[in-house]
Design a protein around this ligand. Structure first.
Ligand code: 2P0
Length: 344
């Protein structure tokens, strides 16, 4: 199975042409932050992971994408109003992904994406980018695919994108099949309105090594990688237990320890990979001190970058905003809660 055969199978009963020559597809997808991380693939071509992972979506923070067909020799891509050169890595990756969907080999696309979170700073912008793109393609071609099918398509663009098709907690089930049709997101049926996530920017610069490369390097060279699946299995059980019983310390401790283990693994890759800066470590120490002194029940998680995402409950929000004036507080369940409220 290749990405192309996967797409053709999922789209076998769907329109492959836009409804009209001037049709435009448009869609939003939220960003997601993993509480139990995806770190390592068993199939690089299909983005099939070694383990399950579990994330929380960021409500209104994410990507909004518009797409339409154009004449020309190249796709035209703009991100936050800036046109990307075809030499840029992200342009190449997007065009390669769009090759899977073009009705004719000469079809070209214009893609306009607006992302309301810092790009490539470890805030999962490629995840919401690819999820918004498959949703925009669904809108352009008027497919009627389920979120589950769209999740498989988004995974082919970027693994973690398969978790960005839902709000709230989402588990990416690694699946067992070689073709990857069972490797997709599944939403957990639990709301936690008091939960908060705080974005603590340490550095907005683009990362030095992409997560894709870092993941590959870790799997291929770390002697400790064989320990990772058992850490994930244990952490997933605890995170799901914590979500069900609303046990916040268990959720925080497990998510923090899972992120620290992922970064420890990277350090044992050859050459060693280090996203943590002295500034990151300073913030971590501050967070550990708040817990130790019972000043706040706050934990962190960290992705492929120096920035931290704090996990806490609404009761500690004002204290943490005072301590970290630049903290961007996200209420992950606000959007679902207000949607449910307006329906009732
Ligand atoms: C995650 N990350 O679970 C982990 C934790 C970063 C750190 O998924 O190669 O951009 O496109 O499948 O999804 C980032 O990796 O990698 C990621 P590809 P992706 O969120």
């Amino acid at each position: 199975m290749t990405p192309k055969t996967t797409v053709d199978k999922i789209l076998s009963n769907q329109p492959r042409q836009p409804a009209s020559a001037h049709a435009v597809g448009s869609a939003f997808a939220p960003s997601n932050i993993a509480l139990c991380k995806y770190w390592g693939k068993r199939n690089d071509q299909l983005n099939l992971p070694v383990t399950n992972s579990l994330s929380i979506s960021l409500g209104n923070l994410g990507a909004t994408t518009r797409i339409w067909e154009v004449e020309g020799t190249e796709d035209r891509v703009s991100v936050n109003g800036q046109v990307l050169s075809i030499e840029v890595e992200f342009h190449k990756r997007l065009s390669a992904f769009l090759n899977l969907f073009r009705p004719q080999s000469h079809t070209r696309y214009c893609i306009e994406t607006t992302v309301n979170i810092p790009i490539a700073a470890g805030l999962a912008s490629s995840a919401c980018g690819f999820a918004a793109l498959v949703r925009a393609l669904q809108d352009l071609y008027q497919w009627n695919l389920s979120n589950s099918d769209l999740s498989v398509l988004a995974r082919l663009g970027s693994g973690s994108a398969c978790r960005s098709l839902w709000e709230g907690f989402v588990e990416w089930e690694r699946g067992e099949q070689e073709d990857g049709f069972d490797s997709k997101g599944v939403v957990l049926d639990t709301l936690w309105p008091e939960l908060r996530m705080g974005l603590l920017m340490v550095d907005e610069k683009q990362k030095t090594i992409s997560s894709r490369m870092a993941m590959k390097q870790t799997v291929e060279t770390s002697l400790f990688y064989c320990q990772w699946p058992s850490q994930v299995n244990r952490d997933l059980l605890n995170i799901k237990k914590a979500i069900q019983s609303k046990d916040f310390p268990l959720l925080g401790e497990t998510a923090e320890s899972n992120a620290e283990a992922m970064h420890a693994l990277m350090m044992t890759a050859q050459p060693s990979i280090q996203y943590t800066t002295p500034e990151t470590l300073k913030f971590k120490t501050q967070i550990w001190d708040y817990r130790k002194d019972n000043r706040a029940s706050v934990y962190f998680t960290q992705d492929a970058g120096p920035n931290l995402k704090l996990l806490f409950l609404s009761q500690d929000e004002s204290f943490l905003q005072e301590q970290f004036p630049n903290l961007q507080v996200i209420v992950p369940f606000q959007k679902i809660s207000s949607q449910l409220g307006s329906k009732s």
